[in-house]
Design a protein around this ligand. Sequence first.
Ligand code: URA
Length: 425
Amino acid sequence: MRAVDLIQKKRDGGELSTAEIEWLISGYVDGSVPDYQMSAFAMAVYFKGMSMREVRDLTMCMVKSGDEIDLSSIPGIKTDKHSTGGVGDKVTLILAPLVASFDVPVAKMSGRGLGHTGGTLDKLESIKGFQIERTEEEFINQVKAINLSVIGQSDKLVKADKLLYALRDVTATVDIIPLIASSVMSKKIAAGADKILLDVTVGDGAFMKTVEEARELAKTMVALGNEVGRQTVAVITDMSQPLGCAIGNRLEVLEALDIMQGKGRSDVTQFICDLAKIMLDLAGVKASDEVIYDHLVNGAALNKFHEMVLAQGGDLDDLYRPSRATYTTDIVADEDGYIEALSALEFGLFAMRLGAGRSVKTDKLNYETGIVFHKKVGDVVKIGDNVATIYSDKILDEKEVTEFKKNVKINREKSVPQEIIEIIS
Ligand code: URA
């Protein structure tokens, strides 16, 4: 076979056979198919798409490109959760210990943030001492001992995705359903959990800009999971505004701690409870809304989070310390009304420029900077109300404050945000 023929076949709208996909992926991993041919192939997929059979083959070839984690020695139904990316998304920090507090093993590998989106690993590393690098044995032993571990993705897992995702990132081929679905599901399948909850985000801060696209991505991933015997449920969730109040690593950890002490906003608290119900249901645990809420706010989830921080070398004294950002700038409302929009994309980029995120993979993060919103979409505001506080390491100039305010849209009419838009199982 020749890569050029496979690129041409896809470019002309053809369907690649299983053998052709296997050849291409194994060649890419062993270096015989170079980056320039793989990027041409990714672009051909971008324009011509893939059949479900091709997506399935691609996913399974990617799974086989590296190690597969065997969680079978951990008793019980192992659960995992993955988000397709967002701004202010601290869900894993809360949901994972909440579910684990019901004695359900949560064995999770997470990723880093890039561009306007954040990553769970960066948030965990903002906790002094927290280790995200664990051997497979340590990971499994910790889940056996406390039902919970969140670690970085091992280098050996889904090697093809590691290479391909970096390539897609610099060749404008990230936001395409067959490649996102195979990337996410190859990692989930290789990571070994029995049951998977997928959070498919939609809105300007997400890869999927419309509910129709998000639905197609969700259905593709659910089908991939279910076909290999991993029961998978997807929720389509709103990412047109940041999730919760905080954007930025330490600030998000602090918000997660607040939520686990019953001090979070009611909408985000409810959202986490709704996700927990689905995940518990997948694990065969029937818990009422009241019981789940109780676990979230009465210390059960928080204790589990503390156990994980301690088990992974984190410092519990440092955990609750406020952000050490040098400057705080309050943004106040200039008019009366309701918050109509807070662009997740724009504020994600703003926080990235403050140092909370990376514009390129090699950027070093500032864990302390970011934004805390005091008002969210649908909230009433009066002139002079504090809408948000910006945590920065330099004094913001007028242009930056104006830029921030431009993205706080206030209207006379109240809009009602909806966190979970649809559930696909
Ligand atoms: N998250 C992933 O893991 N892969 C993608 O392609 C997009 C989001």
